[in-house]
Design a protein. Structure first.
Length: 439
């Protein structure tokens, strides 16, 4: 009995789409390539192009691409895809394609198109996740199929550094219908939990020997000796191609980018807060993310401060900094100066109690304005806060909690910074802002 899409081992691949998987496939939609043979596009070129062997008409390819996209996005079954495929073939009068002549041939061909696109997009999406997470080790896992390829089964549990050359040719899928996968780990214990076999930390002897029949390492089908997604910068590819596509295709791509960025940002917020709370409520952590939200590094500091090395500061231009604020206050003068002097794309502070998230950008060339206006604006804010404290309208703790928020709103209204808060703001704070800066 062969594995089906109801098998737990296969369902993880074929019935659970995720952001990176969709992003990879949709990144190919702007490059629909007419072909005659399956090998007209070779290995990593599939990262940037969609093709179906023998499909040469642009409108036919577009409909086939839409059918595969629907299969991935909606988690459709092979039977669902076959119905769509039959309707597309009839609509376009497509004849002469391999497998058309018999029922078995049609079943084989539709299965190949369906499984190959879903498996490679899944693998590329998982690759993006493995890289984003920064796992030091990868573990090869066999699918558990009842009739396995012996070489693939022999690799089950192999644990190697993420940068080992083995992965360049053996990252699955390694052939037609292959459902093997890779999982990440950061050390021997987590590798063991992920299915790694103790002591299996070197590939078998001769793993890179080339089979003259296929031109690939032994155990890998012809044309499959590559790492799907390795050459695809998912977010930037999508942004570039979205501008070239009609709205019906461009809008979902843009939403994928936004969703991917939001997910990474939420993960960064959670990580700095969780680490800070675990180490002590007054400790700050800071994480550097690239412009797409992927984490580059995270480091801890001391009480209410994180200090950066010259090398770390030199990496910040155009990047995002996420850090926690134990007292739930808004961005400080030091935060804004870091954003200005290091040309940050944006700086975020998240309250330890998760009551608020603050974000700011200092536009290029506004450093002098920030230095000149900050002190005078802070004096205005302090004066009204002290008046309210003296009148018994607010407590000192409340004034300290909201002082920088009021200050940053004023700086934003004067055009010195761009500023945003996500979270509830007390009514009295809004009253202070209106008093200082009438609408």
């Amino acid at each position: 009995m062969s594995a089906s899409t109801d098998d737990p081992a296969v369902a993880g691949v074929f019935r659970r789409p995720f952001d990176e998987q969709l992003a990879f496939f949709r990144g190919k939609l702007g490059n629909l390539v007419p072909t005659e043979r399956w090998d007209d596009i070779w290995k990593a070129a599939h990262d940037r192009a969609f093709m179906v062997a023998g499909a040469a008409k642009a409108d036919l390819l577009a409909d086939l691409a839409a059918a595969v996209d629907n299969a991935i996005a909606e988690g459709e079954t092979l039977d669902d895809f076959r119905k769509r495929f039959a309707a597309i073939v009839e609509k376009h009068g497509w004849h002469g394609w391999t497998g058309e002549a018999t029922k078995a041939g049609r079943a084989w061909r539709t299965r190949i198109i369906y499984q190959t696109n879903l498996a490679t997009s899944y693998a590329a999406g998982r690759l993006a996740q493995l890289r984003d997470a920064g796992f030091r080790y990868w573990v090869y896992r066999h699918s558990g199929a009842e009739h396995p390829r012996l070489q693939h089964l022999a690799w089950d549990g192999l644990t190697l550094p993420a940068n080992h050359p083995f992965w360049q040719t053996h990252y699955p899928p390694n052939g037609w219908g292959c459902r093997c996968r890779v999982v990440g780990a950061n050390g021997p214990e987590t590798a063991k939990l992920a299915g790694g076999k103790p002591g299996y930390t070197e590939p078998p002897a001769g793993w890179d020997a080339i089979d003259p029949k296929t031109g690939e390492p032994v155990g890998i089908d012809r044309g499959w000796g590559y790492m799907p997604g390795a050459t695809s910068d998912l977010v930037r590819e999508i942004e570039r191609k979205a501008a070239q596509l009609p709205p019906a295709l461009a809008d979902p791509l843009k939403e994928d980018v936004a969703m991917r960025f939001r997910t990474r940002l939420r993960q960064a917020f959670d990580e700095v807060v969780e680490r800070a709370v675990a180490d002590g409520a007054k400790i700050e952590y800071a994480s550097l993310l690239d412009a797409d939200g992927a984490k580059l590094w995270i480091k801890g500091g001391a009480e209410s401060v994180v200090e950066f090395t010259p090398d770390e500061l030199g990496q910040m231009a155009g990047k995002l900094v996420v850090h926690n604020h134990p007292g739930a206050r808004s961005l400080s003068r030091a935060d804004l100066l870091l954003a200005a002097t290091r040309a940050l794309r944006r700086i975020y502070a998240v309250a330890n109690d998760r009551s608020a998230i603050y974000a700011a950008t200092v536009e290029s060339g506004r450093l002098e304005d920030l230095l000149r206006w900050y002190g005078a604006t802070e004096q205005r804010v302090s004066a009204i806060m002290w008046r309210r404290i003296g009148a018994g309208l607010i407590g000192r703790a409340d004034a300290e909690r909201w002082h920088h928020h009021v200050l940053n709103v004023l700086l934003a209204r004067d055009g010195v910074i761009k500023y945003r808060i996500i979270g509830a703001v007390p009514q009295w704070v809004e009253e202070v802002i209106r008093e200082l800066y009438p609408d």
